[in-house]
Design a protein around this ligand. Structure first.
Ligand SMILES: Cc1cc2nc3c(=O)[nH]c(=O)nc-3n(C[C@H](O)[C@H](O)[C@H](O)COP(=O)(O)OP(=O)(O)OC[C@H]3O[C@@H](n4cnc5c(N)ncnc54)[C@H](O)[C@@H]3O)c2cc1C
Length: 442
């Protein structure tokens, strides 16, 4: 593609809902692109003109506009024994957790991802790991960094549900001497895979790629709104912000400089989703982080949820990912029990439906309104009328609840009260739509 075209197209994506804020454009721009207004719209902007070559390089690595799933699968997972449209390529499926109870409780679910990083570091298979923590300077924002010790990896543990731009780190990580493990969300991982395929030197030291499952992320407005609902107006007075604090599934917890602690069950804090969801999440069709070596999600099933303490669903995709998990199991680092594909699908049927079926219907709506759409190299279609109608209702809900008036209205009620209603309605909604969704889940 000509550089002028790259420039025009990149600018278009940067201003649109196709931008997933992965941070690659910032990381590769040598300071010419930066994120503006991280507590607000959080969009990349060009602050100094780039060369044509730089535009070409960044545009090729942008996963917001396209990512050819079948093509990248062939490239990175040749001969992988299993594949499912919802879960991508995989070798092994497990339910598991870290054997070390401290590591287990430090993680978002079973502490698997952090344990894997610590294991690699202690066995000297890596020299550092790209992880995401809450910023020490601005504890209400996230920041990627290179962890080089067990303590630093644990600083990055736990899920952050507001926007993160892990690939900003490329500016720094490309100069890191030694092998790196990298942890990112699907859009971020896809961009790394694009750079790897292009043989870009910025990623030549990345030896392993891991990542969490990904339902959605929220704008920072969610945190501001959460605070306002509790009568706190100034987010700069946040001392610590957690999204999964305490025993699994954990709590959203804010510690203020004043010493005040505000806490709400994770399932109740989910009420923030329809009001503050990042719209790009709605067009991302990768739920299980399909292009990693190992990916992990919560083991959402009553049998595990009742037990508390933290359980993960773990997918080993590459040979090295599979060997690593086996090794860690043998050496007593991880407790892993194999499960079937069907159990996996059942456990997250809601998530698969939302990201695989829902995303393609929503992309269809965009196409209908002549809006730009991402090209994933495959399309799922043939949904029943009822399923499309359900998506119309969901999309309208997101549209209405995302308005200022709706956000203001919800802040007039106690989050505990709204959270309880939200959890109950979600359960009823899930139950009532069970058949519509299951009909199509194969
Ligand atoms: C935004 C988001 C949405 C998610 N949605 C779902 C879902 O719908 N269903 C589900 O089952 N699971 C979801 N997960 C995954 C789940 O919350 C856990 O991350 C997963 O179970 C792994 O747990 P763990 O204890 O092994 O990870 P941990 O040991 O806690 O390690 C997590 C790793 O992920 C990194 N990380 C955390 N947040 C981010 C972020 N925002 N961007 C980049 N890297 C990050 C951390 O730095 C750390 O290295 C989501 C995670 C995130 C971050």
């Amino acid at each position: 593609m000509s550089a002028t075209k790259s420039k025009i197209e990149l600018h278009r994506v940067m201003r649109s809902e196709l931008c997933n804020r992965c941070g690659t454009c910032v990381g590769l721009s040598d300071g010419h692109i930066r994120f503006r207004d991280r507590e607000g719209k959080y969009m990349p902007e060009v602050v100094k003109e780039l060369t044509n070559q730089a535009y070409d390089r960044i545009w090729n690595a942008c996963a917001g506009k396209d990512f050819n799933f079948p093509g990248y699968r062939d490239q990175f997972y040749p001969g992988t024994p299993h594949f499912h449209t919802y879960m991508g390529p995989y070798r092994d499926l497990y339910i598991g957790h870290a054997e070390d109870s401290m590591l287990r409780s430090s993680g978002a679910s079973g502490g698997i991802l952090s344990s894997v990083l610590i294991y690699l570091l202690e066995k000297r298979k890596i020299d550092g790991a790209v992880v995401t923590r809450m910023s020490p300077e601005k504890p209400w924002l996230t920041e990627p960094f290179i962890a080089t010790s067990r303590e630093e990896i644990l600083e990055g543990a736990q899920s952050k549900y507001i926007l993160t731009s892990v690939n900003e780190i490329l500016a720094q990580s490309m100069n890191f001497k030694g092998v790196l493990a990298y942890v990112g969300l699907p859009g971020q991982v896809q961009s790394i895979r694009k750079l790897q395929k292009a043989g870009d030197p910025s990623v030549s030291n990345i030896g392993y790629i891991f990542g969490p499952f990904y339902g959605n992320t929220l704008h920072f407005s969610s945190v501001k709104s959460f605070l306002r609902s509790h009568g706190e107006k100034d987010y700069t007075k946040i001392r610590k912000l957690y999204f999964r604090h305490g025993e699994w599934p954990g709590n959203m917890r804010v510690e203020m400089e004043s010493g005040r602690i505000i806490q709400l069950k994770k399932f109740h804090a989910n009420y923030l989703i329809p009001f503050h969801i990042v719209r790009n999440s709605l067009y991302c069709s990768d739920f299980t982080n399909e292009f990693t070596d190992i990916s992990g999600g919560d083991a959402w099933a009553p049998v595990y949820e009742e037990r508390g303490r933290g359980f993960s669903l773990v997918l080993a995709r590459s040979t090295r990912g599979s060997q690593l998990l086996e090794e860690m199991k043998k050496e007593g680092w991880l407790n892993l029990s194999p499960i079937s594909e069907k159990e996996c699908i059942d456990m997250h049927s809601h998530g698969y439906d939302f990201k695989k079926r829902g995303a393609f219907i929503r992309i269809g709506f965009r196409r209908f309104w002549f809006k730009p759409v991402p090209d994933y190299g495959y399309i799922l279609k043939g949904f029943t009328f009822k399923r499309v109608l359900m998506e119309v209702v969901i999309s309208l809900l997101f549209l209405v609840l995302g308005t200022r008036l709706a956000r203001w209205s919800v802040e007039q009620f106690s989050p505990r009260f709204i959270g309880t209603i939200f959890e109950k309605s979600r359960t009823t909604w899930k139950r009532s739509t069970h058949n519509i969704k299951r009909d199509e889940l194969k």
